[in-house]
Every structure is written in structure tokens, then in C-alpha cells.
Design a protein around this ligand. Structure first.
Ligand SMILES: Cc1cc2nc3c(=O)[nH]c(=O)nc-3n(C[C@H](O)[C@H](O)[C@H](O)COP(=O)(O)OP(=O)(O)OC[C@H]3O[C@@H](n4cnc5c(N)ncnc54)[C@H](O)[C@@H]3O)c2cc1C
Ligand SMILES: *[C@@H]1O[C@H](CO)[C@@H](O)[C@H](O)[C@H]1NC(C)=O
Ligand SMILES: *[C@@H]1O[C@H](CO)[C@@H](O)[C@H](O)[C@H]1NC(C)=O
Ligand SMILES: *[C@@H]1O[C@H](CO)[C@@H](O)[C@H](O)[C@H]1NC(C)=O
Ligand SMILES: *[C@@H]1O[C@H](CO)[C@@H](O)[C@H](O)[C@H]1NC(C)=O
Ligand SMILES: *[C@@H]1O[C@H](CO)[C@@H](O)[C@H](O)[C@H]1NC(C)=O
Length: 671
């Protein structure tokens, strides 16, 4: 399984995490345990993709003190170089949590390898850099499943689109890149002053010229504006790359390195949060502190929380930490020896992951993998090393199954719903969790499956020497799984069960996606550079052949979501529309675990959008000015409120440098 996951993104295991902690540490708020304050306004658990974005935005208000606690350290140099994500993979190193699922009965009994970034920047520091946004139908469907609750307006497409733009600075591709790959884009769909750089590689492998015309030849139209709310069709995705020096742009470089020294933001590295401490004397739970420890068995320390504890540990660790803190399904907590503070059955459930597999062929033209292997001067240039895969297509159900196929599948999905709304489909017997399962399932079936939104992603992989791989990935699995703790220690991995292929529709989608991938590789003009099929091989032809092969070979596309889903509480929801954990007065979750439905997208851009929205919501919570130019009395409508724009953010940051003197007394620079 692990070797398959490596293959998926063409990560070539020439692993060598060069470790150098002493390089370009430009930030200044790294603190050691003994330099921590006793209390912070906001304690952010996890310095990953969302955690650092939120920390940066919240600390832009000089009135707040913010602490980030991150389990990992600073990553190796190779993190900065885009192509090294394949050629110097940090998989299974100290920078990777290196999780594994429980055996998957419907995936040939295999355990799936699930990497996650364990370093400052989290998974944004180790991922493939695709910046792909959801389709607006998906965001509106998210809104629909929570629209019975107060404040659902926080999650409209317009609000989310604004937040996505706010997170990025877009730079159009270079002339050479446009000429090779025939990239099309619409600058109006992008941001111009946000922290994360969004652009295209400085070099495109020649084979990329075939991608868009070949897709067209098989009936997949090109999309010239894939970032404006309609992702359907084929395109080259924007990547999180800084074009000034062709480096990875991630949450650390974008949101943190740009901050002034000695700010009101402290970052504690190499410490694992073990639990949130609660007070329940006034009814609900109020977080009073956060506990952490550098290693199993080492002293556990804590800091006090003045305003809020915010979980940004990602889809695996946020539910784990909540459960360790006594918030989660009763039976899980009791079995693990954790005192139940709040029975919240949805914590860890509704887990949805994209499953991916690839059809591989001999390549008649040098791939990026071949160029890298050559060791030529060019292979060491910054332009070449900025090449990352980005050719994709989001293919709707009509293209995959035909109009009649869609009608039949849709009917069958709906009539089968009750039989899957059991522990078979969900991994849980809790009636609230089952209600949430039904809500998600029906929303996918009725609002997404029959629409133009992609059901399968087709992806063009050019990183393996001698091989061209066309991958296919399920985007809206009907199988839902769960995450649960087995002990009361944060240092023990939780169990992860995505229930891969437990729903027949997931198998059908994957099968038809793989057939389409093979068809793409065989069509002109791409077929001029494609040789013999390597895997699965010409003996795999019938539906049964494909099904058997994909059960044995499908693996994660690294996009688990929804394990602390934003749903009504009576449907196994974990957070409300303001991202607040039900039953608590001051704990929020801001990471990929809160999306109620996974998107036909890669999950980093949505996480940045979420973190930007969270910062606005939190800001408004403590600064409830009436919206400008309206008599709307709802202080929650931050879309029209004086939230922290990128300009305001910079102004506040510069005016906050006065804090430097004050804080530097208390600060010990870690590196
Ligand atoms: C190999 C790989 C490739 C991917 N490729 C892409 C891609 O190309 N494009 C894309 O859009 N998405 C991609 N993804 C997915 C995307 O990166 C993630 O969905 C997204 O970054 C998740 O953000 P997050 O904030 O939810 O979690 P993370 O970024 O994972 O952050 C969680 C942070 O919390 C820390 N943490 C966890 N537990 C604790 C604890 N107890 N105490 C302290 N700290 C803790 C972690 O160390 C980590 O830093 C990829 C993911 C992986 C792993
Ligand atoms: C900080 O607090 C002061 C005093 O309460 C207030 O006047 C000011 O508006 C606050 N600043 C911000 C950015 O919220
Ligand atoms: C890349 O350039 C940015 C300026 O745009 C700079 O802040 C950053 O440190 C550079 N990265 C590296 C690794 O040199
Ligand atoms: C759900 O109930 C069934 C039947 O009682 C049982 O076999 C199964 O273990 C339960 N599943 C969970 C996750 O509790
Ligand atoms: C699916 O995509 C095809 C090709 O673009 C298009 O003709 C068709 O209308 C789409 N189906 C839906 C339901 O939008
Ligand atoms: C707000 O309401 C008051 C009183 O109803 C009205 O006079 C005023 O014009 C309104 N302002 C705006 C901006 O709508």
C-alpha cells in the first residue's frame, strides 16, 4: 500500500531528508517552553496549513496574544524546492506522521499508508502544491446541509470565493510555460495581495502540450477559468509556488515568515498537545487551558486560555485531540480510559477521502523524472525544479456513465441509502451519526452527482522516469469512515477506517475513471508519446478485472476531510456555523475536518479559504461593529463588515512592532 501511495504522486523514494535546523530562520516568535506566557488569548493547536494562516491573521490585531503549539519542527531545505516533493520525499521521515489505516476489507484487506505533514506548515509543506478550488455547486451544497442552523450565511459561495482570493497573490504563467502547455486562465478569479503565491511552474515538460487537446479529443472540454466557481473540464491547475525564486509557497513562508520580529505571536515547536482542559462549572464546557508535552513520558505542561482554544490539527488529529480531552462518542472514550466530559457522538465520524489509482505507460519522451535522473545542469536549475504535475480534468457523471447510466445509478443510490445508513456505510451505530450520513449522502446524490461537478478527477503524472501515468480519483465517495482513539495518550496513533469501497458506487466511479484514464492515454495527440501499458496491463479488460485490480491498488489521494463535520448537532455535527464545537463556549475547529462534504478539488485551497473565513468570524465575534452602510443588525455578517483586509493587515502589523521591545524581554529565540 505504501509503495502504491509513493507511486501515486510519483514520489520517488530517493529519500534523504537533509536536516538543517539553522538555515534562514527569519521569524522571531519561536519560543521555548520556559519563555511562554502563563496565558494567551488564543491557543492554536497545530501549526499546519490552517493553523498558521489563522495565527497570522489573528495576531494582526495587536490586542491579542496568540500561541501556536506544533508537534513537529522546521522542515528541511528540500521543502522549499517544488520538484523535491517527488525527488526528496519526506514520507516516513520525522516530518511525516506516517499513519496507516486499519485493514480495508473492500480494498483487498490492505492497510493504506496515510502521510500527513508533521512540521511547521503541516501538510502544506509536504504536499503536491495543487491549488484547486471547489465548484460553487459544492460550496452551496455545504451551505444547504447547514442552512437549518443560525449563521449559515457564513458559508455561501460568494463569501468563500472572497476568502479564497484573499489568501493568494496570483502571477500569470511565463510566456514559455504558456507556449508549451497552452495554459488558459482568468486573472479576475484570483487574488492580488494575499500571503500565498499562486502561479504555474517556470518550466513545463514537453509532453504537457498534449494534455488539453487530448482531453478535447475524448469529449472533455477545456476550462479557461477553473478558479471562478466552475471546475468542470480540463485545465492546468495553479500551484502554490513563489515565482520570484521558484520556491514552494506554503503556510509558513506565506503567512509567518512575512511577519515582523517580536510580534504578539508565539510559536512553540516540537511539542504535542495532549488535551484541552475544561471547566464545566457554568453548564457547558469552557476551555481553560491546553496541555502539551515534548515526548511520551516527558513532563506535561500547560498554558491558560483567555479567549479560545482553536484546533487546527487536521482531519486525523483534531478528532483525536477532542476525544483525548473527553469530547466524543461515549463508548470510544470509555473504552480508551478517558473521562467523558461531553458525549458528542460525531467526533471522528463522517470521514471522507479521495481514492486514487493510475494507469501507467512507457513514455517515448523524457519525463520530469528522466530529466532529474540525467543530472544535467538543466536538471539543477530553479526553473526545472519548479515543475510539478498540474494537468487535471474534473469529469462529470454524464461523461463517465452516460445519461442513462446517471439516471440508473442515481435511482439505485437513493433506494440503497437506508441499507448504507447503518454501521455498514458509516462505521457507527449512533442514530445521530446515521442522520448526518443520510444528509451528506443525499446531498451528494441529489445535488452533486447529477450536476456538472466532477465525480472523477483525471490527473497527468510526469514524474517517474520512463513513464507517463494517467491517474483517476473518486471525488465524492459515498463510503464514510471514522477515526477513534484506543488509549488516553496523544502519542498513540488513533485508528483510521475510511471504509474504502464499502459503497458500490465508489467502485463504479473508480472503474469508469480508470477506463477513461486509459482512453485518454490512447487518444491523439498524447498517444504519440505513449508506449506500451505497464499497469494494470492489457489483460485487465472486463469490469470484473478492473474491480479486482482497483481494490488491490487504489490508495489515498491524501485528501481526508469531514471527521469533525459542520452539521446540525442532532445529525452528529461537531462544529456549528461559527466553527464552534457544540457544547463548548470557546473551542473552535479550523481545518480540513470541518467540511461536511469533500470537494472535487485538492483540499489545500479550501483549507486556506476556511482559515480566512475563520479569522473574519473570530474578529467579528470580538469586534461587533455594525456592518458599514447598512442597517443589518446581525453582527455576524462579516462579508460586509470591516474585517481584516490584506491592506489593513499590513498596517496593523507595522503598527504592532511597538510590541517588539516589550516582547523581546520575554522571548528566547529558539534557533
Ligand atoms: C503527501 C500529500 C500531498 C498532498 N497534495 C496536495 C496538493 O497537491 N494540493 C492540495 O490542495 N492538497 C494536497 N494535500 C492535502 C492538503 O495538503 C491538506 O488537506 C491540507 O494541507 C490540510 O490542512 P490542515 O490545516 O487541515 O492540516 P495540516 O496542514 O496537516 O496541519 C495539521 C498540523 O497540526 C499538527 N498537529 C497535529 N496534531 C498535533 C498535536 N497533538 N499537537 C501539536 N500539533 C499537532 C501537525 O503536525 C500539522 O502541522 C496533500 C496532502 C499530503 C499529505
Ligand atoms: C484594541 O483595543 C482598544 C482598546 O480596547 C480598541 O480601542 C481598539 O480598537 C482595539 N484594536 C483592534 C484592532 O481591535
Ligand atoms: C523566495 O523569495 C521570497 C521573496 O518573494 C523570500 O521571502 C524567500 O525567503 C525566498 N525563499 C528562499 C528559499 O530563498
Ligand atoms: C454496530 O452494531 C453491530 C451489531 O450490534 C455490531 O456488530 C458492531 O460492532 C457495531 N459497530 C460499532 C462501530 O459499534
Ligand atoms: C457533462 O459534461 C459534458 C461535457 O462538457 C456536457 O456536455 C454535459 O452537459 C455535462 N453534464 C452535466 C449534467 O452538466
Ligand atoms: C438606517 O435606518 C434608519 C432608521 O430606520 C434610516 O433613517 C437610515 O436611512 C438607515 N440607513 C441605511 C444606511 O440604510
Amino acid at each position: 500500500m505504501r509503495s502504491f501511495a509513493l507511486f501515486l504522486l510519483g514520489f520517488i523514494a530517493t529519500t534523504s531528508a537533509r536536516i538543517n535546523y539553522h538555515r534562514h530562520i527569519v521569524s522571531r516568535a519561536y519560543v521555548e517552553q520556559n519563555a511562554l506566557f502563563d496565558a494567551y488569548d488564543f491557543v492554536i493547536v497545530g501549526g499546519g496549513t490552517a493553523g498558521l494562516a489563522l495565527a497570522s491573521r489573528l495576531s494582526a490585531n495587536p490586542n491579542y496574544t496568540v500561541l501556536v503549539i506544533e508537534a513537529g519542527g522546521i522542515g528541511p531545505d528540500s521543502v522549499d524546492i517544488p520538484a523535491e516533493t517527488y525527488f526528496k520525499s519526506v514520507f516516513n521521515s520525522q516530518y511525516d506522521w506516517g499513519y496507516e489505516t486499519v485493514p480495508q476489507p473492500a480494498a483487498a484487506g490492505r492497510k493504506a499508508y496515510w502521510p500527513r505533514g508533521k512540521l511547521l506548515g503541516g501538510s502544506s509543506a509536504i504536499n503536491g502544491m495543487y491549488l484547486i478550488r471547489p465548484h460553487q455547486i459544492e460550496v452551496n451544497t455545504w451551505h444547504d446541509v447547514i442552512s437549518s442552523q443560525p449563521d449559515a450565511h457564513e458559508w455561501t459561495w460568494d463569501n468563500f470565493f472572497g476568502a479564497l482570493k484573499k489568501s493568494e497573490t496570483f502571477t500569470p504563467p511565463t510566456d514559455d510555460t504558456v507556449k508549451t502547455a497552452r495554459i488558459q486562465w482568468n486573472a479576475d478569479s484570483h487574488g492580488t495581495s494575499g500571503p500565498v503565491h499562486a502561479t504555474y511552474p517556470g518550466y513545463m515538460v514537453p509532453s504537457t502540450q498534449n494534455w488539453l487537446p487530448t482531453l478535447e479529443a475524448v469529449g472533455i472540454p477545456r476550462n479557461g477559468d477553473a478558479d471562478g466557481g466552475d471546475t468542470s473540464g480540463g485545465f492546468f491547475a495553479v500551484s502554490a509556488i513563489n515565482p520570484t525564486n521558484w520556491t514552494r509557497s506554503y503556510s509558513k513562508s506565506g503567512y509567518i515568515d512575512s511577519l515582523p520580529p517580536g510580534s504578539n505571536l508565539h510559536i512553540l515547536l516540537q511539542n504535542t498537545v495532549t488535551r484541552i482542559l475544561f471547566d464545566s462549572s457554568s453548564g457547558g464546557l469552557r476551555a481553560t487551558g491546553v496541555e502539551f508535552s515534548p515526548a511520551p513520558g516527558a513532563t506535561v505542561q500547560s498554558v491558560r486560555v483567555n479567549k479560545e482554544a482553536i484546533l487546527c490539527g487536521g482531519s486525523i488529529n483534531s478528532p483525536q485531540i477532542l476525544q483525548l480531552s473527553g469530547v466524543g462518542p461515549n463508548d470510544v472514550l470509555s473504552a480508551a480510559g478517558v473521562d467523558v466530559r461531553l458525549d458528542l457522538p460525531g467526533v471522528g465520524t463522517h470521514l471522507q477521502d479521495h481514492i486514487s489509482a493510475g494507469v501507467s505507460f512507457q513514455s517515448k519522451q523524457d519525463t520530469a523524472g528522466d530529466i532529474e535522473k540525467s543530472g544535467s545542469d538543466f536538471s539543477k536549475s530553479a526553473e526545472f525544479l519548479s515543475f510539478v504535475n498540474s494537468g487535471v480534468a474534473y469529469v462529470n457523471s454524464t461523461t463517465l456513465f452516460g445519461a442513462d447510466g446517471v439516471t440508473m445509478m442515481h435511482q439505485q443510490m437513493n433506494s440503497d441509502m437506508p441499507s448504507f445508513a447503518t454501521s455498514i456505510g458509516t462505521g457507527s451505530n449512533n442514530s445521530q451519526v446515521l442522520e448526518g450520513f443520510k444528509t451528506i449522502y443525499t446531498a451528494i446524490s441529489d445535488k452533486i452527482f447529477t450536476s456538472n461537478v466532477g465525480q472523477a478527477e483525471i490527473l497527468f503524472n510526469l514524474n517517474i522516469p520512463g513513464q507517463i501515468v494517467v491517474q483517476a480519483a473518486i471525488q465524492h465517495p459515498l463510503s464514510q469512515g471514522r477515526i477513534w482513539i484506543n488509549t488516553n495518550s496523544a502519542f498513540d496513533a488513533p485508528s483510521i477506517d475510511p471504509q474504502y469501497f464499502s459503497h458500490w458506487a465508489d467502485v463504479v466511479t473508480m472503474r469508469e475513471g480508470l477506463k477513461l484514464a486509459r482512453k485518454v492515454a490512447g487518444a491523439a495527440p498524447l498517444n504519440s508519446v505513449v508506449g506500451d501499458e505497464i499497469a494494470p496491463g492489457s489483460q485487465v479488460v472486463s469490469d470484473d478485472d478492473w474491480d479486482q485490480w482497483l481494490r488491490g491498488n487504489g490508495g489515498t489521494e491524501f485528501h481526508p476531510t469531514s471527521s469533525c463535520a459542520m452539521l446540525p448537532r442532532e445529525q452528529g455535527g461537531v462544529v456549528d456555523n461559527k466553527l464552534k464545537v457544540y457544547g463548548t463556549s470557546n473551542v473552535r475547529i479550523v481545518d480540513a475536518s470541518v467540511f461536511p462534504i469533500n470537494f472535487a478539488a485538492h483540499t489545500m485551497a479550501p483549507v486556506y479559504g476556511l482559515a480566512e473565513r475563520a479569522a473574519e468570524i473570530i474578529h467579528t465575534n470580538y469586534n461587533p461593529e455594525p456592518p458599514r452602510g447598512s442597517n443589518n443588525s446581525d453582527p455576524g455578517d462579516s462579508s460586509s463588515n470591516g474585517d481584516l483586509s490584506n491592506d489593513a493587515y499590513r498596517n496593523i502589523i507595522s503598527s504592532s512592532t511597538w510590541l517588539l521591545g516589550l516582547f523581546s524581554l520575554a522571548l528566547a529565540v529558539f534557533f
